[in-house]
Design a protein around this ligand. Structure first.
Ligand code: PRP
Ligand code: URA
Length: 208
């Protein structure tokens, strides 16, 4: 598995604003969307293109456009939903699937409660989005589910990751590409990322 850590100062700045306890729900949503678009821009740099003939006001010319089956964006519910519009701003024709998972508060094990993926998933570039990669349990379960439906070309985008989650995901799914906005220090005793940003789902949906 390849892991790419974002280095752009705009991404770093916006992740710092996202972390702040005083950042309210509407600003948090806006920041998550903007950060997702910037991580997505980096992650999609290898999308295939094909040359087509077009006419400019000056002359005919051969120029590249995106090519191949439309990509599939797959948020892990709930918090992944906050990242979808940022990716769709880049690739508006992408299909969107959903995987519902929640972490048991005691065991921190993921439980799947929903899975609906676009057709022909095996032929699509898949972009799984979830802002938090903590123990890695939810990410591993989501990729397991996608692969069991035939998904192959998988990129996983997270805003903040713990080293424990990166290692676990790498070990379970060495064939995927992981993009991380910021690598944090560690997990605490409740498997929350430190310094992190708290509970991403609660902060996006105002359910704190
Ligand atoms: C959060 C987050 C990830 C998961 C990460 O979801 O959005 O899906 O935890 O933790 P892990 O790496 O230890 O599995 P949560 O289970 O809190 O559900 P929610 O998005 O519905 O709040
Ligand atoms: N899920 C979150 O939303 N935040 C964490 O820090 C860990 C898991």
């Amino acid at each position: 598995m390849s892991v790419s850590y974002m280095t752009h100062p705009l991404i770093k700045h916006k992740i710092t604003l996202l972390r702040k306890q005083v950042t309210g729900t509407s600003e948090f949503r806006k920041l998550i969307e903007e950060i997702s678009m910037m991580i997505g821009y980096e992650a999609l740099s290898d999308l295939p293109t094909a040359d087509i003939k077009i006419s400019t006001p000056i002359e005919e010319t051969i120029q590249p456009v995106l090519n191949g089956k439309k990509a599939a964006v797959i948020p892990i519910l709930r918090a992944g939903l906050g990242m979808v519009n940022g990716i769709l701003a880049l690739i508006p024709l992408a299909k969107v699937g959903h995987i519902g998972l929640y972490r048991d508060p005691e065991t921190h094990e993921p439980h799947e409660y929903f899975c609906k993926l676009p057709k022909s998933i095996g032929q699509r570039q898949i972009i799984v989005v979830d802002p938090m990669l903590a123990t890695g349990g939810s990410a591993i379960a989501a990729v397991d589910a996608i692969k069991s439906h035939g998904g192959k070309k998988i990129k996983f985008l997270s805003v903040i990751a713990a080293p424990e989650g990166v290692s676990a995901l790498m070990q379970a799914h060495p064939d995927i590409q992981l993009y991380v906005g910021c690598l944090d220090r560690c997990l605490n005793e409740n498997a929350y990322i430190c310094p992190g940003l708290g509970d991403a789902g609660d902060r996006i949906f105002g359910t704190i």
